[in-house]
Design a protein around this ligand. Structure first.
Ligand code: ACO
Length: 329
């Protein structure tokens, strides 16, 4: 084979997840705010979520997920030279949660940093890590999505507090040589977008440089819903066009788990069969940047996602930000 035709691909070697101990059902929430299991299930598909206790910080959950991903990949901390951690709920304003994870794992080389793109954080982090690996500068990355959104919820606002949960997921992504074909294992194409004009529709009303406080999440749910399906189907269409693939070629569709209605409407618009959708929103709620790797871990552990499968990831979130990642597993 002609050496010049070889390219670097970022291959997923292992996936892991971690959830807080405390399980909170819709019935539990009925005791806290004026809501009902019926309302939450019909509007969102969510039945329960996990909420972090005092010791379960974002970096603690992220470290557990990373350890499981390393074990699944058959790797150790010494094999890692890049950590990209997507979160909007870091342990501290600084240092980054990624460096906390780095220390907890005993990784002593390479770079570690946080990335903030709210619910799109994991597709942004996968894209950034893929570009580091594809450039040849780094060899093996931990890409993590980890959140403790319960810490930034207004627990008196029933329109938002019922929607979110806490958790973390991680993948080990390793540089491997490909031919540039869609049969190559690894990340095949990535598409990121953002549009800051939508800030007011989903934001946190505090921060270090404005209020000096952490703030609480605020959302116009209807407005987010109105934009979500069009945005995520746009970037998936871009992924199909870039690779010459179609919805029929997909083995698995692993969307951001915000709301079952957004997931189903997006799949239907692109003609993705219901049987190919991986859904975990009923168990986890919306865990923001953690939702995709949590869903990936679920579908890998139960044997659905297998080596060679074509897997589409997509997400949309605050900013707005949105994006897709198409992977040959
Ligand atoms: N329990 C009971 N009733 C409620 C609750 C609740 N938890 N929350 C709101 N209501 C009431 C409202 O007060 C309203 O009552 P009213 O008609 O008497 O005024 C009624 O339910 C309908 O409220 P809407 O906001 O119109 O409800 P809608 O059908 O739009 O559903 C929802 C709300 C679920 C938030 C929906 O808009 C949605 O899914 N939006 C997408 C938002 C999302 O998923 N965000 C996640 C973050 S972004 C991302 O990850 C993509």
């Amino acid at each position: 084979m002609n050496e010049s035709r070889k390219i670097w691909r970022s291959v997923v070697e292992g996936v892991g997840a971690a959830l807080p101990e405390r399980r909170v059902t819709n019935a539990d929430l009925e005791k806290m705010v004026d809501t009902s299991d019926d309302w939450i299930v019909q509007r969102t598909g969510i039945r329960e979520r996990r909420l972090a206790g005092p010791g379960e910080t974002t970096s603690v959950l992220a470290t557990k997920a990373a350890e499981k991903a390393l074990a699944a990949a058959g790797r150790t901390a010494a094999d890692i030279d890049l950590i990209v951690l997507a979160t909007s709920t870091p342990d501290f304003t600084f240092p980054s949660s990624a460096t906390q994870v780095q220390a907890a794992l005993g990784v002593t080389r390479g770079a570690a940093f946080d990335l903030q793109a709210v619910c799109s954080g994991f597709v942004y982090a996968m894209t950034v890590a893929d570009k580091f690996l594809a450039s040849g500068s780094h060899e093996r990355a931990l890409v993590i999505g980890a959140e403790t959104f319960s810490r930034i919820l207004d627990w008196e606002d029933r329109t938002t507090c019922v929607l979110f949960g806490d958790g973390a997921g991680a993948v080990v992504l390793a540089r491997a040589q490909g031919q540039g074909a869609i049969s190559d294992r690894g990340v095949l194409t990535t598409h990121l977008r953002s549009d800051g004009r939508h800030r007011e529709k989903l934001f946190v009303d505090g921060g270090p440089s404005t209020t000096g406080t952490v703030g609480k999440l605020r959302m116009s749910g209807k407005e987010v819903f109105r934009h979500a399906v069009g945005m995520v189907t746009d970037v998936m269409t871009d992924a199909f066009a870039a690779t010459g693939t179609t919805a029929e070629d997909l083995d698995w569709f692993v969307p951001h788990q915000a709301n079952e209605r957004i997931i189903d409407a997006s799949a239907e618009k692109l003609g993705i069969a219901k049987s190919k959708i991986v859904k975990t929103v009923h168990m986890h709620g919306n865990t923001s940047a953690a939702s995709i790797p949590l869903a990936l871990a679920t579908a890998c552990e139960d044997g659905r996602i297998k080596q060679g499968d074509l897997v589409m990831l997509e997400a949309m979130g605050g900013g707005f930000t949105w994006g897709s990642v198409l992977i040959r597993w």
